[in-house]
Design a protein around this ligand. Structure first.
Ligand code: ADP
Length: 334
């Protein structure tokens, strides 16, 4: 209701009946009759005025009173709501604090367990290596085969522990990135060199397609970039079939360098592609052919690439292979 309507209503409610009363009463007094008629006229004027007041009250004031009550009720409900919100906010803050503490406990638990595991695992690796090399005496072929299996299993356990530590460090934001202008070429060469025994054992050819002599420097952390390339290339070999080919290529733009890693392996089923970067996710076809794997590698890779200001994505068809792409910003362009 606007101000004018309100003023008009006050006028009607208060002044009009009063004016009417005074008009009638005044008329009676101006022309006095010294008899009962005088009194009757006066009372009639009074009654008329009261009746009009009552009617006006009923019509104009009552709805306002009801509205006012409703308004008061709404206001009180709102106040209760606000109090409840404050209480909920407090509860949420407390719950958040508890979750943060629990997360810290979980994080330090993983960290302690992983570090504790790493030492004996490294010890086992060292010992097995010694025995396998024949430093502790000659081994029969069968002994060698079994010990080598133990060596490989131990290596996988070390990789798993490292992945767990890596994922935890990423989640808790503990990684300190040392960004600097970096050439990807020596990093890729080193990773390819390390990968050759695995690729050789699987009969997979890994090729650096059209390797350029020079490439723009990217803004990156060398160690983390090595982890990214190692993870993607290892996956490409791991999920390739014997006789398969893995291709790596670089493309330099003005602002970013794109790395492509393409394989012709088992691929990723269409309906599971959306989950591929989630923690612990492993596609059903991968679990069948490669029973080992933590499902943490791509989660770590994506996080590292994005921390560099880059993007990562892939294209795949089940049974035909996967092509992973990731970009990194060119150092000068940053
Ligand atoms: P892991 O290889 O240890 O299982 P990753 O996080 O590296 O974990 O990969 C997650 C999943 O993504 C794999 O289990 C697999 O299903 C799928 N994947 C990754 N790379 C490839 C690839 N090159 N070819 C087919 N599937 C892949």
């Amino acid at each position: 209701m606007n101000k004018k309507t309100q003023q008009r209503r006050v006028f009607v409610v208060l002044l009009l009946p009063l004016a009417l009363f005074f008009a009638v009463a005044g008329t009676v007094f101006l022309f006095p009759h010294e008899n009962i008629l005088h009194l009757v006229s006066f009372l009639t004027a009074l009654l008329l005025s009261v009746a009009i007041q009552a009617a006006v009250f009923q019509r104009h004031i009552m709805p306002n009173v009801v509205e006012l009550q409703k308004f008061k009720q709404i206001a009180s409900e709102q106040e209760k709501g606000a109090q409840m919100l404050v209480r909920r906010d407090l509860e949420l803050t407390r719950a958040n604090e508890q979750l943060r503490k629990l997360d810290e406990v979980k994080s330090s638990f993983i960290s302690v367990v992983a570090h504790q595991l790493r030492t004996p695992l490294s010890g086992i690796k060292w010992t097995l290596n010694l025995v396998l090399k024949g430093d502790l005496g000659a081994l029969s072929e069968e002994q060698q085969t079994f010990l080598f299996k133990a060596y490989e299993s131990n290596d996988r356990m070390i990789a798993l522990v490292n992945d767990m530590l890596g994922a935890d460090r990423i989640e808790s934001g503990k990684i300190r990135y040392q960004f600097a202008p970096l050439s990807l070429l020596p990093v890729i060469d080193a990773v390819l060199f390390e990968l050759s025994p695995l690729a050789g054992a699987k009969g997979v050819a890994v090729q650096f397609k059209n390797r350029p002599e020079k490439i723009p420097l990217v803004r990156a952390d060398a160690e983390q970039m090595r982890a990214v390339l190692q993870n993607l290339l290892e996956n490409a070999v791991k999920y390739s079939r014997a006789g398969g080919t893995v291709l790596i290529a670089l493309a330099a733009g003005n602002r970013e360098v794109t790395v492509t890693i393409k394989d012709d392996g088992i691929g990723i089923p269409q309906e599971q592609q959306k989950s591929i970067f989630e923690r612990f996710f492993r596609a059903s076809n991968a679990v069948k052919v490669e029973t080992d794997g933590s499902g943490l590698g791509l989660f770590i890779v994506k996080s590292i690439v994005e921390k560099h200001g880059g993007r990562i994505w892939f294209e795949s068809e089940e049974g035909k292979g996967v092509t992973f792409y990731f970009t990194l910003p060119v150092a000068q362009a940053v």
